[in-house]
Design a protein around this ligand. Structure first.
Ligand SMILES: NC(=O)C1=CN([C@@H]2O[C@H](COP(=O)(O)OP(=O)(O)OC[C@H]3O[C@@H](n4cnc5c(N)ncnc54)[C@H](O)[C@@H]3O)[C@@H](O)[C@H]2O)C=CC1
Ligand SMILES: O=C(O)C(=O)Cc1ccc(O)cc1
Length: 295
């Protein structure tokens, strides 16, 4: 049981962590810190946090667990604000969607206290944001990737892992670099594609007509284009190198398919579609079975 949990950024991810940890009986007192007082007050009304802190020093005083759950470019400034006040017993973790940049920012901000920072990323979420979107069950059966650092104490890593397990999550471990390469491919690229497609259609003179006839396939493909622009701007730039590799590979595939369309190459097109269909079916069956087993 944590005596005092502090959440920087009480939105979908930080708010859901607070709700899940409290439901599991693992947090005696939860304090929120943020950019918008109005949003923090709303989080308190919703029972997500017990108190609002207006400065970093008082927020982290006596804290045993601190979670940074703000857009990833905020990680450095937030950690710099708490570094002078960090007590030795406090464990600091984060929920950012990228890890190499977060670790670099943490090293800069925390110096020797980097031992106290355990980077992590819950692989659960949705396109809605803010405290109203928080759900106690968001992490049930979902993965949390911990990208522990060589400096970390194994016992501290286990405390963060146990907190996420209490929220219903299953722990995986990757290096920050492995993490960023994986998520560039299966999360960051799909978000870029969805934002790009919707923006492209919205900019056409007859956009209203096009949207009027868009069906459920369009809805499924573009759901994530309703996600937070600030959060995704930060992720896109933070994971620039890995993301450019994936964008280039995708452009090649699009050019390949374009050439097949122009040439009327039905068998070539069908071969790609059949391979994708098979991979998608296998993936869905495996992920659903794993989540059923975990929850
Ligand atoms: N949305 C998703 O599905 C997932 C998001 N993440 C990561 O979790 C983090 C939070 O994302 P969400 O909860 O979705 O966003 P959100 O927009 O719901 O919440 C972020 C909160 O951070 C606050 N904030 C912004 N700057 C701040 C600062 N300097 N200090 C303190 N608070 C600040 C905002 O006011 C907002 O309340 C991001 O790093 C994101 O990459 C990770 C997994 C899934
Ligand atoms: O909306 C969705 O389905 C997502 O893909 C949620 C998501 C967003 C960012 C992450 O780092 C992890 C999960």
């Amino acid at each position: 049981m944590f005596k005092k949990v502090v959440i920087f950024g009480v939105g979908l991810i930080g708010g859901s962590f607070a709700l899940a940890l409290r439901r599991a009986g693992q947090a005696a007192h939860i304090v929120g810190v943020g950019r918008s007082l109005q949003s923090l007050e709303r989080a308190r009304e919703l029972g997500i946090i017990d108190a609002v802190a207006t400065d970093a020093a008082s927020a982290v005083q006596g804290a045993d667990l601190i979670l940074v759950a703000a857009p990833v470019a905020q990680t450095g400034p937030i950690l710099a604000s708490i570094a002078p006040h960090l007590e030795p017993q406090a464990i600091v973790t984060d929920a950012g969607s990228t890890k190499s940049d977060v670790v670099a920012a943490a090293r800069m901000a925390l110096g020797d206290r980097i031992v106290q920072f355990i980077p992590a990323h819950p692989i659960a979420g949705r396109e809605k944001h803010g405290p109203e979107a928080a759900l106690a069950e968001l992490y049930e059966g979902k993965k949390v990737v911990i990208t522990a650092l060589p400096e970390n104490d194994a016992a501290d890593v286990e405390i963060v892992a146990a907190a996420w397990r209490a929220c219903g999550a299953v722990i995986h471990r990757l290096s920050p670099q492995e993490h960023d390469a994986v998520f560039a491919s299966v999360s960051h690229l799909p978000h870029v594609l969805a934002f790009a497609l919707v923006d492209d259609i919205a900019a056409k003179p007859h956009a209203a007509t096009l949207f009027q006839y868009a069906a459920s396939g369009f809805r499924d493909f573009t759901r994530i284009a309703a996600s937070s622009p600030e959060m995704w701007r930060d992720i896109t730039l933070a994971n620039r190198d890995a993301l450019l590799t994936e964008v280039d590979a995708y452009l090649l595939q699009l050019q390949n398919i374009r050439a097949m369309i122009a040439a009327g190459d039905g068998p070539g097109i069908e071969k790609i579609y059949a391979s994708a269909q098979h991979a998608r079916q296998q993936w869905a069956a495996a992920i659903e079975a794993a989540e059923r087993k975990a929850s």
